[in-house]
Structures are given as C-alpha cells and as structure tokens.
Design a protein around this ligand. Sequence first.
Ligand code: M6R
Length: 353
Amino acid sequence: EKGGYEHFMLKEIHETPRVIEDTLFEYLSEDIEIDASFSAGISEIVFIACGTSYHASLIGKYLIEKLSGIPVRVEFASEFIYHHPPMHRALAIAITQSGETADTLEAMRIAKKLGARTLAIVNVLGSTATRIADHVLYTRAGPEISVAATKSFIAQLIVLYLIALKLSRMPGSEVSRLVEELRIMPELVRKILEREDEIREIAERLAGFENMMYIGRGIGVPIAMEGALKMKEISYIHAEAYPAGELKHGPFALLGEQTPVVATLVPDDTYEIMLNNIKEVKARDSIVVAVAEENDMEVEKYVDHVIRVPRTEHIFTAITHSVALQLLAYYAARKRGCEIDKPRNLAKSVTVE
Ligand code: M6R
C-alpha cells in the first residue's frame, strides 16, 4: 500500500501534485466556484486550528489580509476555548485535516455560541467538524496515513488561496493572473520532487545536529514554523522557528556551529533584509541552508547550501518552500533511523483536549 515508497510520508509528499489538481478541480473551472456567502456582512475572520493546520491558518491570514483587506486573527484552538475572545460579526474558519481534533471541535462550538458564523476546511468526509460547521469546504488530499501532515497541508493552502482570491479586492485581471499561476503549481511541485536527491544530501548533513533554527520574514515566517514542526516531529531534532528580525532580541544567543539555520527566502520586499539577516547568522558561525529560487545567483555567495525551488509569485512560495522543507525533514529523519510514519508520543488525530 506504500506504492513502492519506504514510508507513507514520502508517498504522500509525492501525491501532492495530484492533490493540488484534485482540489483545484473541485473549486476552480473558468472561475473560482466557492459560494462566498459565508463572508456576507462579516467584519473580521478568526481562524481556529492546531499544529500544521494552525500554520496553514497563519498563511491564510497573510493571504486574506493582503488580498482582501479583511482583518484576520489566528487562534490556537486549545487557547480559544479558554479565553473566549470577542467575536464581533466574525466568521470563524476552522482548519482540520481529520475533522476530529477535540480542541478544534470545541472551539467551533464556542465560536457558534459567541455568535460567529463557522466555516470548516476539512479533509475527511463526513467528519464531526463538517457536522458542526455552517459551511464546509473540502480539501481533496485523500486519506493521509503518516502522522506528519504533508499533502493535506498543501491542499489546505490551495483552498486558502481560492478563498483569498475570491474575497480579493484586486482588479479582475490581477486575480486571473494569480489563478493562472495557481494552475501551474502541480508542475512546479513535480519539479521539486525531481530534485529530491539534492535535498536528501543536504538533509543528511543536518541529521547529526540536535538543534536547528528556521527563519523567515513575511509569508516566510509561517513557512519556517511549519518546516520546523515537521523537523522536530519526525526527526526529533529540536527545531525552532523565528521571524528573522527577532533573532537579535534573544535567539542569537543560541547560534553557533552547533546550530544550523534554515532560511526561507521569498522573492518580495523582504528579500534584501533576509540576506542581511543571513550574513548576521553566518557571522555567528552557524551553517546556513537557504531555500531560494532556482535562478537566484546572489544567495549562494552567503550560505553553505541552497535548496532550489522553481520561481513563482511570492505568495505561492508557501507551496514550493513547504514541499522542500517536508523533504528536508523526511530525509533527516530517515538518516537518523526514526520511525517516520509513527513518531513517538504522537497520534494522527488528537481526540482529547
Ligand atoms: O486533523 P487536524 O488538522 O485538526 O490535526 C491538527 C494537528 O494535530 C496536526 O496538524 C499535527 O500537528 C500534525 N501531525 C503535524 O504534522
């Protein structure tokens, strides 16, 4: 059932191009076919989720605020249920692969009681979340066996791009341009998978370390957070993620030759300052691995290793960089001989609060 792959995780990463196609097919033909009535009359959006789905929510916030101007908050479901934040004319969007995460379900019930409308982005058909929510959008990732969320995360992002584009106040021509770019994502992910060996080699060099730091700016922050989560979850390397600008407010003290740094370089107005941050990190003797565009000839002057991803619009780097970082975590864990599909102490769906 692993289709010739050594682990479900690797098989599922390789299913990503098809998952993107299937999820796009569901909601995109000529136009974006999402009934956006869930957004009528709302003044804010509040995401509620856990783990990887929480990181998808952070990317959702970035996209929706940037494209539509609607204010967005992101709450850990496990915190939301205890602090009952104000929900004034809010749309609560729950993101959950399983549709069974106890904290997320409870947060949805509370959001409803607080008067919010609810939308759930769910992978598992007919799961509890789909029965609680007022509106449901399905991701088409298919069953995900490995505890680490991979293809389902990318499918969540696809739905979030479509929502953000649907709610966008940009001119129609600009929306169409981004939609066309989205349609080529399966192709771009295939290109990353073709270069898997390069990522494996870098991962194997990192596998002997016990601490790592992931850094980014802008949309690169949640990309870094998700990359670090994947690394710690399956390889047991302690990996932390920070906005690059925060390093000098404390985490710099952790850097040095024992702590490699993974930097996600997004081709937008954060690029130059990220290069500066990388120079600062190098000055502290950390090994730096950058995730950067394939035609970026600048970055290699400053870092030890570059993971190349195809060029795309900056908002879509959440897809390309995340797939690369999933592979990085996978091959580091494999080198360390970890039980990748069933990491210690973890369950695929967390049905207790
Ligand atoms: O099923 P859900 O999306 O609600 O699950 C949320 C988290 O438990 C999940 O994303 C977890 O963080 C993954 N194992 C991470 O790879």
